[in-house]
Design a protein. Sequence first.
Length: 311
Amino acid sequence: MSKRIVIALGGNALGKNLAEQMLAVKQTARAIADLIEDGHEVVLSHGNGPQVGMIQNAFAAYQKAEPKAERMPLSVCVAMSQGYIGYDLQNALREELLNRGIQKGVATVLTQVEVDADDPAFQCPSKPIGGFMTEDEAKKLAAEKGITVAEDAGRGWRQVVASPKPAAIVELDTIRALTAAGQVVIACGGGGIPVKTEGNHLKGVPAVIDKDFASAVLAKSLDADVLIILTAVEKVAVNYGKPDVRWLSRMDAEEARRYIAEGQFAPGSMLPKVEAALDFAGSAEGRWALITLLEKARDGIDGKTGTVIAG
């Protein structure tokens, strides 16, 4: 039975630089085309951590050569990453579909995601972005530009920004229209370009939205049947890295909340994936989420592997 599926692509689906991305998207396209060939309606989202970092590093290098150059806003860097990731991804997927005789358009929607200006996350920026600096460089930049900096796990100093929760997807009607027309849509790249509303004006904010939470909002808004969150492991585990590790094929809401309370899932890694899956699965009757490897997505939809989270 065909389903409407929102797929959140993990970093392993995109590579860490331009050369890796060109190779990675070909494998990604094959896995996505499998689901489309099976008759499912697919909308894609993706991360952008390495890519937006590369863009910021390029601008930082330019600023050193041109000290008077304006610092590029993070929201603009996210928009750039959406464009060039989407370019590679949509072309690879279009080619793979045509190779299989499937005539379907693939389009990237530059997506803005509204956040609440009063989100508590803005009071405690914690998400490191951009290149590493010495302490002196970081504090000088913070004083000059009014940004927040912090030491990052003994590796150096970096800018840190807020990671607010996504509230609404600005281009939702466009994504819906394209999906209804039978197109494959790539949207909410990197969690979306974070914006706040000022009357009719949308203002970019220096923040990073978690792409799994944004994907859950997208899936709910599109009334999807399934949210697939692709990651580096085939299944979610409890007691991960320990002798008594246990790989989970299924979790209901009660189990998932218990494991979260026990601290079973690492913050910044598996925890947001499980939380996003739980948020989507619990939002309406019959919805469920799947966490698995990219190459196992088709088997996961067929119930053969992965971790299913039910509401």
